[in-house]
Design a protein around this ligand. Structure first.
Ligand SMILES: [Ca+2]
Ligand SMILES: [Ca+2]
Length: 195
């Protein structure tokens, strides 16, 4: 406990001398959960409310798992190669979603766990009612417009294979260079879940 207090004091001093740094000193109170008031937990040295986020129970995976707590979620990749549909089901059965990359922060978390050099399914899917390759994409079918995208525009993705939208490619993956392309959901690739 003495060490915790010492570290806290040092960090408070650092914060106090840093112009423009938001004053969160009142929340800046912990090394471990026991340092926080009842109902709060210690998350990266801040006492916060909400359920604990951890990756303690591993995603069922016949390959290699890469997992990290990033932002407010557990991001987990699995190198077992599944169809897009099976990958979605695997994440959902683990109380998670196939990786939604709604923001640059999400993409940064995804980068931390994506299997190097692999094509990786994300949760990006296209509505069957789309009439253009680039239309009606959403994260796991939630119908919300995409604010953040990273399509491989040099390769004219999404292209539904031949630039004619007829349902050939309704799922999307992240290439090793972290750009997105639409692919047939029946292809088998590694995948990433977020929960
Ligand atoms: Ca399509
Ligand atoms: Ca494509």
């Amino acid at each position: 406990m003495q060490r915790a207090v010492s570290i806290r004091l040092q960090l408070l001093i650092l914060l106090g001398g840093c112009d423009g740094f938001p004053d969160r000193s009142s929340d800046f109170a912990c090394d471990v959960d026991a340092d926080c008031d009842a109902g709060r937990r210690c998350d990266r040295r801040y006492c916060v409310v909400g359920p604990p986020v951890d990756c303690a129970d591993p995603l069922p995976c016949a390959g290699t798992i890469i997992a990290v707590v990033c932002g407010d979620a557990c991001w987990t990749s699995c190198t077992e190669e599944l169809t897009g549909t099976a990958a979605y089901d695997r994440c959902q059965a683990w109380d998670a979603r196939l990786a939604p990359l709604r923001t640059a922060d999400d993409a940064a978390c995804f980068t931390m766990v994506r299997p190097p050099g692999a094509d990786v399914w994300t949760g990006l899917v296209q509505d069957v009612a789309a009439t253009q390759p680039n239309a009606r994409w959403s994260w796991n079918g939630d119908s919300r417009p995409l604010d953040f995208t990273a399509w491989n525009e040099l390769d004219i993705e999404p292209d539904d294979r031949d630039l004619q939208e007829d349902g050939d490619e309704q799922c999307a993956l992240s290439n090793p260079d972290e750009l997105w392309s639409d692919q047939a959901c029946t292809e088998e690739h590694a995948f990433t879940c977020r929960r």
